[in-house]
Every structure is written in structure tokens, then in C-alpha cells.
Design a binder for this molecule. Structure first.
Ligand code: ATR
Length: 297
């Protein structure tokens, strides 16, 4: 039973969703609390769709949480329930990080955009990547964050490819900001022939994930300098990344996005004197907790 938060043992934050049992967020925040020697707790709570609105307010008021992460299926409901939104949340129409400010205002942020950008920028290969043309595979919620991050990074041309082309078109339309035209939906047909112009290839679909079909793409025409990223992290080295790596391409796995997206929430809730770091030990702990084999070298 959780008592009122901040009763001498530090702030309490947590993650809500359903199902929530396998969330790795407690491992991430627990590690940073331990490293910083800070008081506080980060818990997980199963919240059904039916009672979301009431539970959301109760956790932040009566239970005194300083904030929370919001995961599937509540990100859009959280967007609607917050008093104030940051730019990223507004652009993505979804909230994954909530902060209760001292004046009681409940702010919704979306840190997935930051998380993907930070995971790219943490790659030793990132400085060599030309911000010319990016191909994004998929058009769901994760693609939305990835495309917005690539807009912010300054890619001149972002092309979205999706099984359901109408969804790719809708995403391109939604994120087009009027002043900047380099965002489009493209057909799957002919993708392989266009890979010669690709500077960054990102998979945001669930293809290649454990239990899902593999991502079927022929990389023969892809320049060896092209960075290949996957947001799938189970397995850590997806078929796409294994093929890319074998032919000499730099790769970024999906774990980085998960870890980096947690940084802004931790800072807002627990106020560490220095920003938490995404280091090798954190990766090891999260992979251990998830039972994922560490195939990175
Ligand atoms: P998320 O929020 O994680 O992005 P999502 O919104 O369900 O999840 O999106 C999943 C993405 O994977 C979509 O782009 C989906 O394609 P559709 O929009 O055509 O459904 C893609 N995807 C999932 N299974 C797929 C499959 N078997 N073949 C091709 N694309 C697939």
C-alpha cells in the first residue's frame, strides 16, 4: 500500500499503463536514484482504461506523486487530461511524461522525441552522418516521434514508408509545419532502388521484434556510410541491424531511445544536482531485467 508521498522518504513517481508488469522504467529510475544517492521511489501501477481520468488525478493529488510516465494505452488520454503541454506533446498529440508543479499545475510532456534524438547523437558515428535524406519505415506513434526528431535535427528530406499508405500520408500532413516542405509519404514499391540516396534509415515498425515477422528489405544499394537505426530493442540486434552491421553500416539499436527518453522526467521529479547519464551499467541492468541478450559489441 502506498501512503501519501514525500513523507520523509523522498518524492514518489511512477509509470502507469496496462499491461504494466514488464515496464523497464522502474529499473532505469531506480538505477539513477541509487547512483545519485537521492531519496525517492519510482513505482509501477496498473491503470485500466475505464478509470484512467480518476486514477490519473488521484495519483497526482491524494497519493502525492510528483509525476509519472504514461505508457500504452494512455498516452492520448493523458494528453487530454493535463493542464499544460510542452511543444513536443502538442506536436505528437501524446504525453509520456507528466510533472506536477508546486502550484498544482499538471504539465504533460513528450520525451520520446528527445529520446530518439539523444540516442542518435550519442552514437560515435553521428557526427559523420549527412542530414540529407532520411527514410522512416512505419507511421504509428513511434514514427511520429522519430519524424519530429529528424525535423528538429534538420534533415532536408524525410520520407515515410508504411504498409498502409494512407497512414503515412496523414502523418506527413500532420507534421508538416508550412514553412518546411521536406516531409513526404512514399510508396513501398521502388524503396530499394532509392536507397542509394538514403543517409539515415529508421525502422519504427514492430517488424523484427521477437514474435513478429522479420523486416524484409534489401540493403544492397544502401551506401555503407548510411546510419541504420531500429527502435525495436527485443532483440537488441534485429535482423535489420545485423544485416546493416555485417555490410559495414553504422547502427543504433532501440534501447538508447528507451533510456534517453527517461532523462527529462527524472530531472524534473527528483531534481538531481547533475543530469543522470545513460551509461553501460544502465544498459546492462535494463537488459538483464528484461532478459535480453546483450549482442552489442
Ligand atoms: P507504435 O505506437 O509502436 O508505433 P503502432 O501505432 O501500432 O505502434 O504502429 C505500428 C507500425 O508498424 C505501423 O506503421 C504498422 O503499419 P500499418 O500502419 O500499416 O499497420 C507497422 N506494422 C506492424 N505490423 C506490420 C506488418 N506485418 N507489416 C508491415 N508493417 C507493419
Amino acid at each position: 500500500m502506498t501512503g501519501p508521498a514525500e513523507a520523509g522518504d523522498g518524492p514518489v513517481a511512477g509509470v502507469i499503463g496496462t499491461p504494466i508488469a514488464h515496464s523497464l522504467s522502474p529499473v532505469i529510475h531506480g538505477y539513477w536514484l541509487e547512483m545519485a544517492g537521492l531519496p525517492g521511489r519510482y513505482v509501477k501501477r496498473e491503470i485500466p482504461v475505464e478509470s484512467f481520468a480518476a486514477d490519473f488525478r488521484r495519483l497526482l493529488t491524494i497519493e502525492g506523486w510528483v509525476g509519472m510516465n504514461v505508457t500504452v494505452p494512455h498516452k492520448e488520454a493523458a494528453f487530454a487530461a493535463c493542464d499544460r503541454l510542452d511543444d513536443a506533446a502538442r506536436r505528437l498529440g501524446a504525453v509520456n511524461t507528466v510533472i506536477r508543479h508546486e502550484d498544482g499545475v499538471i504539465e504533460g510532456r513528450n520525451t520520446d522525441l528527445y529520446g530518439f534524438r539523444a540516442s542518435l547523437e550519442a552514437s560515435p558515428d553521428w557526427p559523420q552522418v549527412r542530414t540529407g535524406t532520411a527514410f522512416v519505415l512505419g507511421a504509428g506513434g513511434a514514427a511520429r516521434a522519430v519524424v519530429a526528431a529528424l525535423q528538429d535535427v534538420g534533415f532536408a528530406d524525410i520520407q515515410i514508408v508504411n504498409r498502409n499508405p494512407a497512414r503515412a500520408e496523414a502523418l506527413a500532413r500532420d507534421l508538416m509545419d508550412g514553412t518546411w516542405g521536406g516531409l513526404s509519404a512514399r510508396a513501398r514499391d521502388g524503396l530499394e532502388q532509392s536507397l542509394g540516396d538514403c543517409d539515415l534509415l529508421v525502422n519504427t515498425t514492430s517488424l523484427g521484434m521477437e514474435g513478429q515477422p522479420p523486416l524484409d528489405i534489401d540493403l544492397r544499394r544502401l551506401p555503407e556510410t548510411t546510419l541504420v537505426a531500429d527502435i525495436v530493442y527485443r532483440p537488441l540486434e534485429t535482423g535489420l541491424l545485423a544485416t546493416a552491421r555485417a555490410r559495414g553500416n553504422p547502427v543504433v539499436d532501440g534501447l538508447g531511445m528507451l533510456l534517453h527518453q527517461a532523462v527529462p522526467g527524472f530531472q524534473a521529479w527528483f531534481k538531481p544536482p547533475v543530469a543522470p547519464t545513460v551509461d553501460a551499467e544502465l544498459r546492462r541492468r535494463v537488459l538483464d531485467a528484461a532478459g535480453i541478450e546483450d549482442t552489442a559489441r
